[in-house]
Structures are given as C-alpha cells and as structure tokens.
Ligand binder design. Structure first.
Ligand SMILES: Nc1ncnc2c1ncn2[C@@H]1O[C@H](COP(=O)(O)OP(=O)(O)O)[C@@H](O)[C@H]1O
Ligand SMILES: [Mg+2]
Length: 313
C-alpha cells in the first residue's frame, strides 16, 4: 500500500534519508518514529509527491510517486506538521473549499463536510473562524481537511505534537477509526508511547537511517517493558554505579543528563538485585522509581550497547 525501497534523499551534503525501506499493508497504522531531524517529514514529503527521492523507489498502491505523481495525489491525504487551513475562514468553509477544489458539487460538498464535522466533533464550532479554535480543534480540522477526498492512504506528520493530553487522546481515537475503516495510515511521531498505542508496526529512524523495525512489543521488549530509575545524590557517582551494576550483569543506562540511571527490568527480583548491588558498592540512592521506556531508552539501547565491562569515565 505504502512502500519505500532504498529511498535516499540528499540536500547538498546532508543525507536526510539514506537507503530507507518501509512497507505498510492496507488498513494498518505504521509509525515513523524518530527525533527532530531524523528524516520523518522528508519521507512523508516523498510519499506525498512534494519531494523527489535522490535514489530509490517510493510507491503508493503500486504507483511510483516520481513517475505518476498525479495519480498518487488522487489517493492520498496529507496533514502536514505545519498544516495550512485558512485562519480567517470558518471550519466549515475551509472544508467546503477543499471539497469544491477536489471537484465535488455544492451538494456533495455539504454532505461530506457535515459528515466530517460530526465525526471530528466540530459541528458546534463549524461556523466560527479557525483563528478562534483551540489547538486540539485546529488539529482535528487539519485531519478532517486531509480526509475530504476520502483517501485510501493518509499521512499524519506529528499529528499530536503540541497538543494537550485530552486533545491527543481525541486524535488517537480518530486515527484508530480511520484504520478500522480500511484507510492505511503512515504517522510520524517523536513519542514512543504514541507509536505504542496506535501503530501496528514501527520504523525507527535515526539520522536518515532505519535503525529498527517491528511491532511496538518487539521494540519495547528490546529495552525491557519497564525501567527502574535510580537517582543518585550527584552526577559524579553515576559512572561508578553503572560499572557496579554492569559488573553484576545488570544492564544500566545512564540518562543523558543529571543523576539518574535507567535499568530495564523483567522480573521484580531485579529490583532487589539493583538495590543490593548499589548498597554493596556503597552508593547512596536518593530516589527509586518505575518508568515506561521512552524513545530515548530505545535509542540508547540500539545505538550504544553497554559492554558490561566499560571503564568509568
Ligand atoms: N529543504 C531542505 N534543505 C536542506 N536540508 C533539509 C531540508 N529539509 C530537511 N533537511 C534536513 O534533513 C534532515 C531531516 O529533516 P526532516 O525530514 O525535517 O526531519 P524530521 O521531520 O524527522 O524532524 C535534517 O537534518 C534537516 O535539516
Ligand atoms: Mg518533521
């Protein structure tokens, strides 16, 4: 349905994408997960014919995006990270405008727009100018706008970035419903939790390369379902504590900054082992907590394998 084969995109010296492979079956939600600058928007732009790949092939429903961009455009919906509805127009007028641009009659446009306003819980606000919408309403309108043409494939570029938790849940519900209706969704996100909740499969991008691919369960199993976070009094104690843990065969991941170490755990006995090991190493623990793995944990795990024999800095 959505397919990238060895897609590369260079901007001068910058390789925004470097031999990326992605394959999304019909009716599924695929997550493109990665930090700022990973190449997510570039790939979405290639799929949606806004950019041409430097090398490789991208296809939507078997249509090559470079060879048949017009046909591709007819079956996709795109919601950009910086989506473009008209602030001065009402929500309804924005959607009607798009429907008319796509060739709908006035009557068809009205029917489709009413349907979408209802679906996105925007009926009450439909007559108000978009400039008065909240962030969540605005984002729902953006997604509605990309669905006016009833596309079989939709791209959502960071659909929940900047939204409050309630609005985020609203967007998640919408995305799930789309997939249920058979729409294939490619969604980009910086949040592991979001990819975990929504996606059938995830492609993890780092600096333009695919560094992992799999179901959310597979990716998280790799970092441990849960983490124990150990906070030490000062940062200087971190390397020693990491070494003590790793010498005892416990994988320990120092967080980028601060005094916290993450330890993936599988069994509750692990918690006792962590405390015992640090106790024996005479390391004071100021705080002990549980946390779900974050994108950072997955990255650290995949890009920096602790050896268990590392010498403290
Ligand atoms: N038009 C462009 N010109 C030059 N560099 C670009 C352009 N678009 C993106 N890049 C670079 O490509 C890399 C990937 O960017 P992008 O796809 O926007 O990442 P993401 O969406 O994951 O944050 C970044 O290093 C970015 O600076
Ligand atoms: Mg982006």
């Amino acid at each position: 349905m959505i397919e990238a084969i060895e897609v590369t995109k260079s901007f001068g010296d910058v390789a925004a994408l470097d031999g990326v492979n992605v394959s999304v079956p019909e009716g599924s939600i695929h997550g493109l997960l990665g930090h700022n600058g990973a190449g997510k928007t570039t790939l979405v732009n290639i799929f949606s014919t806004l950019l041409e790949p430097t090398a490789g092939t991208a296809r939507i429903r078997g249509l090559d995006v470079t060879a048949e961009p017009q046909k591709v455009r007819r079956c996709i919906g795109l919601t950009g990270q910086f989506a473009s509805v008209d602030e001065q127009l009402s929500g309804r007028d924005n959607l009607v405008l798009i429907a008319r641009l796509l060739g709908a009659s006035k009557r068809q446009a009205r029917t489709r727009v009413d349907e979408l306003l209802e679906l996105f819980d925007l009926s009450d606000a439909a007559g108000r100018p978009v400039s008065q919408y909240s962030g969540g309403m605005r984002r729902r309108l953006d997604i509605a706008a990309s669905l006016v043409g009833s596309p079989q494939v939709i791209f959502l570029d960071e659909p929940t970035t900047g939204l409050d938790p309630t609005s985020r849940l609203g967007v998640w519900e919408i995305v799930k419903r789309l997939a249920k209706d058979g729409v294939s969704v490619l969604l980009t996100t910086q949040y592991l939790e979001e990819a975990d909740r929504l996606c059938d499969r995830i492609t993890l991008l780092s600096k333009g390369r695919v560094i992992a691919e799999g179901t959310p369960g597979e990716l998280k199993a790799d970092v441990g379902q849960r983490m124990v976070t150990v906070t030490l009094p000062t940062q200087t104690e971190v390397p020693g504590a990491v070494k003590a843990l790793e010498d005892s065969g416990i994988r320990a991941i120092p967080q980028e900054s601060g005094t916290t170490i993450s330890v993936p755990v599988t069994a509750s006995a692990d918690l006792a082992a962590i405390v015992r090991t640090l106790n024996e190493a005479r390391t004071e623990i100021t705080e002990l907590g549980f946390s779900e793995p974050t994108l950072d944990d997955v990255y650290l795990r995949l890009t920096r394998e602790p050896t268990g024999k590392s010498v403290p800095a």
